[in-house]
Design a protein around this ligand. Structure first.
Ligand SMILES: Nc1ncnc2c1ncn2[C@@H]1O[C@H](COP(=O)(O)OP(=O)(O)O)[C@@H](O)[C@H]1O
Ligand SMILES: [Mg+2]
Length: 335
């Protein structure tokens, strides 16, 4: 078996603040193979962005990777120095954010910023960088690309700015594109166009994508695999079909109930009741227990491990342990 492109192993990332240690990511593991699309989904505050920033090496103080490994082609990038990390970013892995305005510099033209990005990571000269910038704008479906190069970010629509961010992220042909809620700030029609563009580019260029969202509906058609995060842990993972049609964790079921569906007449959205846990004071058992309709005694005292539902699906929920036990008992395998 070949080495996965990216392996995140038991990643723990915390923020030490006055009130204590905010444990944003608590032992997250996943693999990403070349050219695959992985979805990371969870409510706001579940640790999705902190996971992404840990991989990119862009955590800000007081954020710190406490333990774990992030292997890129088998090499641990947590051990990289600043220079190695800078090279890794941009060339190997790029990220796009929810709000392109925060990443685009308002005082420089689009052309200037694209050229800079290209010249920083490749040995192209100005002329060649300009050609590459034009080529990239065409690739991401920006009309009148020559004119766009001369414009400033504020002169463009939100959807157009996000296309330009995608162009900037892809100009050095990274192996992995991390998209952190890339369409959350856009209205629905534009959202669909950007997702379509990302899928198209993925097919054309073959990079792997980590697609981060709080909205399971957004990633339905796009992901090969999905991990569901809650309180900095993976509570369920599987192929998109398994997550959508056979959810096994109560939290995932709750997320699914909270997205609009086209196949029901009444688009009634049911939010998950209760509020997220305090990350400075995580409970001993399952972090979702206090919000779970099926909470059992053991859920309050012991952390459930991820258990195989089938070859393409795992969930960390005591309900599944009980089901496995019951089924085994029916078959006479349990004394
Ligand atoms: N700069 C920070 N200082 C303190 N805590 C932070 C900081 N950034 C993030 N966190 C904590 O990490 C948790 C996870 O954040 P994040 O990964 O951004 O969530 P999301 O899943 O919405 O992307 C937050 O709930 C917050 O408690
Ligand atoms: Mg986030």
């Amino acid at each position: 078996m070949s080495t996965p492109l990216l392996q995140v192993k038991n990643l723990c990332t915390s923020f030490n603040v006055d009130s204590g240690e905010v444990r944003a990511v608590n032992g997250v593991s996943f693999n990403l193979d070349k050219g695959r699309v992985l979805g990371i989904v969870g409510e706001s505050g579940s640790g999705k962005s902190v996971t992404a920033y840990s991989i990119m090496g862009i955590l800000v103080e007081p954020g710190r990777i406490k333990s774990g490994e992030i292997l890129f082609n088998g090499e641990d990038i947590v051990k990289y120095n600043k220079k190695q990390m800078r090279e890794f970013r941009g060339k190997r892995v790029s990220i796009i954010f929810q709000d392109p305005m925060t990443s685009l510099n308002p005082v420089y033209t689009i052309g200037n910023q694209l050229r800079e990005a290209i010249m920083l990571h490749t040995d192209r000269n100005r002329q060649q960088a300009n050609e590459r910038a034009l080529e990239m704008l065409k690739l991401v479906g920006v009309n009148s690309p020559e004119q766009r190069l001369k414009q400033y970010p504020f002169e463009l629509s939100g959807g157009m700015r996000q296309r330009i961010m995608i162009a900037m992220a892809l100009c050095c042909e990274p192996d992995i594109l991390i998209a952190d809620e890339p369409t959350t700030a856009l209205d629905v029609t534009i959202q669909a166009q950007i997702l379509e563009l990302m899928q198209e580019l993925q097919k054309k260029l073959g990079m792997a994508i980590i697609m981060i969202t709080h909205d399971l509906g957004v990633i339905a058609d796009m992901c090969d695999e999905i991990i569901v995060m809650y309180a900095g842990r993976v509570c369920e993972r599987g192929t998109a079909d398994e997550i959508f049609y056979n959810p096994c964790h109560e939290y995932t079921k709750g997320l699914l109930r909270s997205i609009p569906r086209l196949d029901t007449n009444h688009a009634r959205l049911i939010p998950i009741s209760g509020s997220p846990v305090d990350l400075t004071n995580l409970p001993k058992g399952c972090a979702f227990a206090s919000r779970c309709d099926n909470c059992m005694k053991i859920c309050l005292s012991e952390l459930p491990e991820e258990l195989d539902i089938n070859d393409n699906h795992k969930a960390a929920c005591w309900m599944n342990v009980r089901q496995v036990y019951n089924e085994a008992a029916k078959g006479g395998n349990v004394e």
